[in-house]
Design a protein around this ligand. Structure first.
Ligand SMILES: [Zn+2]
Length: 243
């Protein structure tokens, strides 16, 4: 049995028996993966650190039976700066959950992998976690083939108002909106979507949006991802559970 090399980002982990951990990871080319980290629960284990969530690593994988086992691992980045902030960890948790839910085992995943990796590095650079989360979501929608329209309605008319139709799953012009159910945003929202789209990765930490704009972007991407990708926004672990 040949070993297989892979670049991965760890997404989550759980105990497996008394000594091992089962990791869910996103592979650069191999989609979502379940990997067994033997002995990772033991203090001082060489796989303890790399099997924590949000670690970028190069691994050698052996598959002796029908389970993939990590034979060796090289941690490339553990994002320790980001992990010093609760908001940073919350954002990493949020975008990793989305990546975990949309990815499939064996599915080509390079674009998703690079989006997640870039956003973890942007969080590490000290960018606003909420802005990075929206940046990830915008690029996730584009990667999945359903970018948010913000210039024209499907009928060809330019968009002057920001009415997002729940029936169409897109922004529509007034004529196409009819009496349908939807969300009405300030027209300035389009300029924030454009700013996210045009922003190079190394400039995201300089973006500064008003809190209302960030709330509107969150509402927009929540609807858009639910409609097109059946993805729900993960609950934040910073918010108290609803009673
Ligand atoms: Zn229209």
């Amino acid at each position: 049995m040949r070993n297989q090399k892979s670049e991965i980002i760890t997404l989550s982990r759980r105990p497996f028996g008394d000594r091992d951990r089962l990791i869910t990871a996103l592979g650069k080319y191999t989609g979502r993966m379940s990997l067994l980290a033997k002995g990772a629960q033991k203090p001082g284990s060489r796989l303890a650190g790399m099997s924590e969530p949000f670690v970028y690593a190069k691994v050698m994988i052996a598959a002796p039976k029908n389970i993939s086992v990590i034979a060796s691992a090289d941690v490339l980045e553990s994002f320790s700066g980001m992990k010093a902030s609760l908001e940073g960890v919350d954002a990493a948790y949020h975008i990793s959950r989305l990546a975990e839910r949309i990815s499939q085992p064996g599915q080509p995943s390079e674009g998703l992998f690079l989006n997640l990796l870039s956003c973890l590095y942007i969080l590490e650079s000290g960018a606003d976690p909420e802005t990075v989360t929206r940046y990830f979501e915008l690029r996730l929608c584009a990667w999945a083939g359903c970018p948010v329209n913000h210039t024209r309605c499907a009928c060809g008319r330019p968009l002057k108002e920001a009415f997002w139709s729940r029936e169409a799953g897109f922004f529509t012009c007034r004529a196409c909106a009819g009496s349908g159910d939807g969300l009405v945003f300030p027209a300035a929202l389009f300029s924030y979507v454009r700013a996210l789209e045009k922003c190079p990765e190394n400039r995201v930490r300089f973006l500064s949006f008003p809190s209302e704009a960030l709330a509107d972007l969150k509402a927009l991407f929540s609807e858009h991802m639910l409609y097109h990708l059946e993805l729900r926004q993960p609950a934040s672990f910073l918010e108290a559970p609803e009673k």
